[in-house]
Structure formats: structure tokens, C-alpha cells
Write a protein that binds this ligand. Sequence first.
Ligand code: ADP
Ligand code: GLC
Length: 482
Amino acid sequence: MKNILFASSECVPFIKTGGLADVVGSLPKNFDKEKYDVRVVLPKYTCINAKWKDQMEYIDHFYMDIAGSDQYVGILKYVYESITFYFIDNEYYFSGFAPYDGDPKWNIEKFAFFSKAVLSILPVIDYRPDLIHCHDWQTGLIPVYLDNFRFLGEYYRGIKTVMTIHNLKFQGVWDTKSVQYITGLPDYYFVPDKMEAYKDANLLKGGIVYADKVTTVSQTYAEEIKTAFYGESLDGLMSARSNDLCGIVNGLDYDIYCPYKDERITRQFSVDDFRKNKPLNKQALQEELGLEKDPKVMMIGMVSRLTDQKGFDLVDCIMDDLCQDAVQIVVLGTGDAKYENMFRYFAWKYAGKVAANIFYSEDLSHRVYASCDAFLMPSLFEPCGLSQLMSLRYGTIPIVRETGGLKDTVEPYNEFEKTGTGFSFTNYNAHEMLGTIRYAEHIFYDKKREWNKIVERAMEADFSWKNSAKQYDDLYTSLLGE
Ligand code: ADP
Ligand code: GLC
């Protein structure tokens, strides 16, 4: 039996701002329990729902040196769906309304504390991981501290690390002097072949340099980040580590996202009865959101963080044109004010046709995935993307730009070979996108049998964790042996 510890800043069902939480919440359940004891460690944010916090069991506490002071490290434990979760408690760092706030330096200090605490609690919880699986910049310091902790004795030697990049855009960068003060790490680490990048300290870079293996969440993105356009100025490092870098596409929690069991949607459906039952969801959503009641109109959905990454500037460019067509548009998202206001504006201008839901709601997200006919995701870059996988599962046909995980998971419709699960375009160009949406409209309205075949193929595509968990298993085995 090998012990694998996941360290992450978010995880479903406790705390979520994006797909990272979905991945960390579902992947651990998909390993062979005879082979791996997978546990997860998270910050105990005060904004975690009380229904979870009330069930956590206090284990122990101690004090740890960080940012020039002695900080409380509380350890709590909770077993959920047979996975053991540890929560690190410290109200100074983990209070606030959300896991991250606007102050980058504070975020760095917060997750430096978390990363050091993850290693520091190990001797206390009586669980020594053979491997720590780190996720994103917030845990980038773990492999670095682990290197440094070797000097503390035998206990920390030989623990392997995997660093998974969910989004290379976010790296945790601040000036070297401050980061050195916060982390307490020696000068040795603050040089260009270690944690320093372009004169600043870079936490993700530290993780990438010191991890035994580096992964990202799709094969295409693993290639893209070796190029200047997608490399976020770490493309050189990604190329340098390419022998230890691989892409493993994300899976989806098929219990949570399941059209025939989902209690959040109006009418459940399966690949056998979607023709009859899926449209009932659309009608209910039209009613709920005050859209014109029309069971036949093509409804296009978007559920997303409203940021530049997701391609909303393209949407802005063509909304007026698109709204001349027989379509309805449903948006659920929060993020940059410019995009929040843009969708509010179009919802006002095209009342009854465009619905802008500028808030966060898991419940409504399921209803959007289930009710729409198509799902628009024209990302500028997309490490993997889970929204398109959710859409596929509910027979809602993705219209995507061919980048990262979108390219790896959505097979473009080919009307001659009668293959494909969605529609895609190559260039980051608003009119290329509009052309693709209009082609989808044409198939939807004029070739309904063809459209329904696409829906069937989409619903039957397998993006459960089965294949991808096997690839992580192989990766762990390559480091730990059988
Ligand atoms: P990213 O992690 O880059 O935001 P993903 O597609 O991997 O993109 O994951 C996004 C996740 O966040 C999905 O589970 C999606 O349903 C969810 N999500 C995004 N915005 C909202 C929202 N406003 N309400 C509910 N869920 C949302
Ligand atoms: C990031 C990426 C997204 C990916 C998610 C989970 O948030 O933006 O593409 O699906 O992480 O890996």
C-alpha cells in the first residue's frame, strides 16, 4: 500500500472557485483502494460552509515559524465518501469571504504558510505520504520546502512529489526579498535555475523545478506551454523539463454530473429518451429565467469565470449579430466587471432572448448544462476545461476554440463521415467563431436527425475518470514502483 497526499487550495464539496476543485474532489475516489491510500489536505477557510466545518474533528495543533512570526497550525480531519481530508486551521490566514483575495502578496504569504504547514503536520497525523501530489502555484513551495526539510532528518527523505499545472497563467510571483522573508528559505533557492524568474521569486517555478514529475491537464496544453504564446514566460523551463512533463486529461465526476440521476434538473434524461425529455428542461429554464417560451428555439449556454482566458472579448464582438438569429443565450458567471456588465447590457438590450445570471450557483449550472442545446466556450487558452465535459455528458453540444483540453475532448462534427461531438474553430477570431456558431445553427434547424446523432455521440463519449486515473496510477508507479 502506498500513501498519496493531495495538497490543494480548493476541493469539492468544501470550497470551489473553478475546475481545480472538481478535479481534486473527484480524482482521489478513482484509485484502487488496495493499492493507494489517497488523502487530501486543504486550508480550513472560514468561508467553508458550516455544514462541513461542524463535522471536522480536531486532531492537534502546534506553532510554526513563517513570515517572521510563530503561527498557530491547527489540524482537523473529516472522512467524506471514504476519503480522509485534513484541514489546516489558522484564522489569521484563512479568514475572508473567498479563498483568494485581491492582494497578491497576501496570497503568497497565505499559501507559503499552507505549504510549509502541509509538511509540518505529517509527523503529527501519523500518515507519511510516499508521494505528495501538488496542485497549482499555491502548493508550489511544497517540493521546495521538502528539499529544504531533508536536513531535518530521515523522515522527509525519499518522499516523491508530482506538480500538476492546472493553469500556468497563475504562478505566485513577488519580489525576491519579500518571499525570502516570508518563507525563511536560504539564498540558495533564490537563483534563476531554482525559484527566481526574471528577478522575482516564483512559487510555481519552484514547484516545477523541484517536483519529480510535472503534469498538466491535457496533452495539447502540455505541448502548448512549451511555446512562447502559451508558456506565460516559463516556456523555456517547460521545454527543459519536457522529459518529466506529461499531459493527462481531466475526467468528470459521473455521479455528480449524471443526466439520468441529477436531482437539480427539471426532467432527467438519458441517451435513450433525450429527444422527449431534454427539451422539458429547456422549457423550464425559459420560465425560470424569463426568456421567451419557445421549445424549438436553439438555446446556447455559457457557465464560466468571466475572464479574458475564456474568450468573452470574441463574444462581445459578435453578440449583436448573433442576436439577429433564432437563438437564446444563457450566461451564468462572475468575474471581471467589464464582462459582467457586458452581459447585463445585452440582457437588457435583448430582453427575452438573453439571460445574464451574474452570480455563482451550482444548482443553476446543472440546469444550464442540462437545458441548452449548445454550449459556447471560445477560450483563448484552456488547460483542460470541465464545462465542455459537463455539456457533453448532458447532450449539450460544445462549440469551442481548438486549444488545450478543448481540442482533446471535443471532436469536430464531420458531416461527410458523420462523426464528431461538437463544433470547433481554429483562430482566435470573432467572425470565425460566429461562422461556426451559424454552422451549428444550420445543423440544428435544418438537419435535426444529424443534430440528434451528434447529441447521442456526445452523451456516449467517456470522460469519466477511468482512463485518466489509470494514467496517474502509472505515473505514481513510475516513481514508487509496484
Ligand atoms: P476553470 O477552472 O478555468 O474556471 P473549468 O471548465 O475547468 O474552468 O471549470 C469551471 C468549473 O466552475 C465548472 O465546474 C463550472 O461549472 C463551474 N463554474 C464556473 N462559473 C460558475 C458559476 N457562476 N456558477 C456555478 N458554477 C460555475
Ligand atoms: C484550470 C483551467 C481549466 C482546468 C481546471 C482543472 O482552472 O483553467 O482549464 O479544467 O484548471 O484542471
